[in-house]
Design a protein around this ligand. Structure first.
Ligand code: GDP
Ligand code: MG
Length: 297
């Protein structure tokens, strides 16, 4: 059903737990300035979910992001509550000094671990709010020929701290073959520089064929080529979310135009729990071990 975001269709067991406790999920966007980070966030969650309704923080849509901004929203779907936190970051070029931008993002991530650690080791640890960053969408420019030195540097600052999901921004400016070539180039460079991106888990062997096929398509789409936009255009009497060009409309919800739907599906439905598990079991554990090591001296 189109109306639904999808997180209520989680596997049964996870679903039952989620009904009781709700979900906390934090998504961060990182990348050069002007690549459409703020626009994509709005396209992914805000405009769609709150289309007709009013949301206080969504009005400043086209303003340039100059500092780390946290937006929180609660969504309820079929009895499952999702507390979604979106961390929008300024592009490196926006910071007066590029370095400060990089540093403040890393500090933000560390600070959430630190807070979680403090809460977890305190006497009253019943209701810990989990503000750890569960996923980072890393935006790569469609204009370049792959990763830039700043991308490699930034990803290496972050890859042991969180799940990086690479994104090709504004993919509407590229043709299909160009998108495919850029995807391969980026994957090669990620491999060459030993950058650890989020690894999609293997499919359970008891899943049905359709599920497996979807899962294969999802894995093959990395790095997701996305298009963002917050305008609705009319075409053939239908309302379509897309970018209108003189030669046609790029529909963001059309899987043959871009990977937007696949990305959203993965984030808020099929892989949300895994992103949380990896954050907790691997990234947070790394932090904890290092923290304890440092305390010992
Ligand atoms: P940010 O600095 O990364 O947050 O980028 P913004 O979201 O502020 O977008 C910068 C500009 O790019 C705006 O004029 C957007 O309308 C435009 N833009 C955003 N997403 C896309 C996209 O997918 N394709 C194209 N062609 N333009 C986009
Ligand atoms: Mg922005």
């Amino acid at each position: 059903d189109d109306e639904y975001v999808g997180f209520a269709t989680l596997p049964d067991q996870v679903h039952r737990k989620a009904v009781k406790r709700g979900f906390d999920f934090t998504l961060m966007v990182v990348g050069e300035s002007g690549l459409g980070k703020s626009t994509l966030i709005n396209s992914l969650f805000l405009t769609e979910l709150y289309g007709e309704r009013e949301v206080g923080s969504v009005t400043d849509r086209l303003e340039k992001t100059v500092e780390i901004e946290k937006k929180q929203l609660e969504i309820e779907e079929k009895g499952v509550r999702l507390r979604l936190t979106i961390v929008d970051t300024p592009g490196y070029n926006d910071a007066i000094n590029g370095d400060t931008g990089v540093k403040s993002i890393v500090e933000y991530v560390d600070k959430q671990f630190e807070q979680y650690y403090t809460d977890e080791t305190s006497i009253n640890r019943r209701h810990i709010v989990d503000n750890r960053v569960h996923c980072c969408l890393y935006f790569i420019s469609p204009y370049g020929h792959g990763l830039k030195p700043i991308d490699i540097f930034m990803m290496k600052q972050l890859h042991h701290k969180l799940n990086i999901v690479p994104i090709i921004a504004k993919s509407d400016i590229l043709t299909k073959p160009e998108v495919n070539r850029l995807k391969q180039k980026i994957l090669d460079e990620i491999d060459h520089h030993s950058i650890q991106i989020y690894e999609f888990p293997d499919c359970d062997s008891d899943e049905d064929e359709d599920f497996k096929q979807q899962d294969d398509l999802l894995k093959a789409a990395v790095p997701f080529a996305v298009v963002g936009c917050n305008t609705v255009v009319e075409a053939g009497g239908k309302k379509i979310r897309g970018r209108a060009y003189p030669w046609g409309i790029v529909e963001i919800d059309n899987p043959s135009h871009c990977d937007f739907v696949r990305l959203r599906q993965m984030l808020i439905s099929t892989h949300m729990q895994d992103l949380k598990d990896v954050t907790s079991d691997i990234h947070y554990e790394n932090y904890r071990a290092e923290h304890i090591q440092n305390q010992i001296g």
